[in-house]
Design a protein around this ligand. Sequence first.
Ligand code: DGL
Length: 257
Amino acid sequence: MLNGSPVVPFQPLHMQPDVSGRVLVLDSGVGGLSVQREIKRALPDAGLLYLADRAAFPYGDWEADALRDHIASLVSSVSDAWQPSAVVVACNTASTLVLQRLRKFLDVPVVGTVPAIKPAAQKTKSGVFAVLATPGTVKRDYTQDLIIDFAPEHHIALVGATGLAALAEDKLAGRAVDLDRLRHEIAPCFVEKSGKRTDCVVLGCTHYPFLQKEMEQVAPWPVTWIDPAPAIARRLTDVLKRERVAVGCEDLFFVTG
Ligand code: DGL
């Protein structure tokens, strides 16, 4: 997963900082690793500081104001200690809430992960697609605005899945994925509308790419699954180049809780 780069195992947040301008990559758990692996592909020499906020998992169940405050304070304290050269919010549930706030107080580039509604609108042939995300992400104004701006004419199934992120955590912890639960969670993505049916599903939570194989197994018909992670890695590469930010040192992994 880490393309052979040196890895220091998960470390307590209070360890003595060795500050060397890493890219901070944040998620509620393992989901952000789907973004991290693409960043490593695009920028093999970049040093990353991965923060899995497990104590607060799942973000998808949090009330919006509380989650915004929580993430702002977490990023602020990690940034004070570790001085990252850029921040990637590798979580849709957090990005659709907190990007603006982070950009106000951080003086480094902040890259977010938001549901890939624009790419899906460009890719769909039937005009019917689904956004599979957490209950929090599907409720956000940010998500509604993306639909208004980029897919106003499309038929979109907005599906807030309650247990998928936990299934991805299970899988990465080596436990079997409950396929019946998975089938049940993704079923509302598959709709038929005036003889046209869902042909693309946006993976609107960074945990979900880890379940794509299993989703293909239980899906009622084949669709294109859209994972925004490669686009986020490209965006980070562009931003670092534009801002002339140098990153390069060993990766560190932190976990809360
Ligand atoms: N990985 C996160 C996302 O992209 C959220 C999972 C959760 O904590 O609910 O939305």
